[in-house]
Design a protein around this ligand. Structure first.
Ligand SMILES: C[S@@+](CC[C@H](N)C(=O)[O-])C[C@H]1O[C@@H](n2cnc3c(N)ncnc32)[C@H](O)[C@@H]1O
Length: 231
């Protein structure tokens, strides 16, 4: 019988989201990039994305998270599933200085809002600061220094945080950005109320779609890789 023990509040705060599911879905359809790859996940949360990559045959699994509890939960999940993973507690690239990976994945906090708790999540879960780019920009800027020769990054990217800006940041480092998939995600009203008003004003009717009280937004899964190596 399925064991559905009640999660602790800390584990519940790290529960996977629609973003997590979409990222895993796209990665499952790109198994050739995962098999035998040296993988890093930035902002690994519960560890479930690494677990999926481990199940797909990644050669090694590393993860970084700013939250102690995420590192603890991730280690425990991966151990339980029989994966040998290295999880670091730290801020962005700092724990892996000098290390290179074949595949780097991320579902970063990049919702344009200040750092506050929402929907039972920690303030570090969703918030990307007022323009949503507080972590996205240093993540993209650091990729080239952590890529092996034919590496790629696959990440979630809200359409309302300026994909073209990510594309030009990547281009400055000799990297190309490709949109692999786009889906609609539901934005709960509680979260929408926290969105930076100027972003909402600009994006409503463009990448944010309102049907009465129900609001959805376009979410892309993008790949960033050295120019000329796109698959
Ligand atoms: C949207 S959650 C995604 C978690 C998990 N990857 C998933 O998809 O379920 C973002 C994660 O990034 C972590 N995080 C936030 N700021 C960070 C930073 N500066 N460095 C590393 N991780 C960070 C959060 O603690 C959180 O676990």
């Amino acid at each position: 019988m399925l064991d559905i023990a009640k999660p602790s509040p800390a584990t519940a705060a790290l529960r996977p989201s629609e973003y997590t599911a979409t990222l895993i879905h796209v990665l499952r359809h790109r198994s050739e990039c995962v098999k035998d790859a040296k993988v890093l996940e930035m902002g690994c949360g519960s560890g479930v994305v690494l677990a999926a990559l481990g199940a797909m045959g990644a050669a090694s699994l590393s993860g970084i998270d700013i939250e102690d509890e995420a590192v603890r939960s991730g280690r425990s999940l991966l151990r339980e599933l029989g994966h040998d993973a290295q999880l670091f507690h730290g801020d962005m690239w700092q724990p892996v200085a000098g290390c290179r990976f074949d595949l780097i994945v991320a579902n970063l906090p990049h919702f344009p809002m200040e750092h506050i708790e929402v929907a039972g999540r920690l303030p570090t879960w969703s918030s990307g600061g007022s323009d949503g780019r507080e972590f996205l920009d240093p993540f993209i800027e650091g990729l080239a220094d952590h890529f092996t020769a034919k590496a790629r990054a696959v990440l979630t990217h809200n359409a309302f945080v300026d994909v073209e800006r990510s594309r030009s940041l990547a281009a400055r480092r000799g990297l190309a950005l490709t949109i692999l998939a786009s889906v609609l995600v539901h934005i709960p009203n509680e979260k929408l109320a926290l969105m930076t008003p100027s972003v909402l004003l600009t994006e409503e009717g463009k990448s944010i779609h309102r049907y009465g009280p129900h609001v959805f937004a376009d979410l892309h899964i993008v790949e960033i890789s050295p120019v000329g190596t796109q698959s």
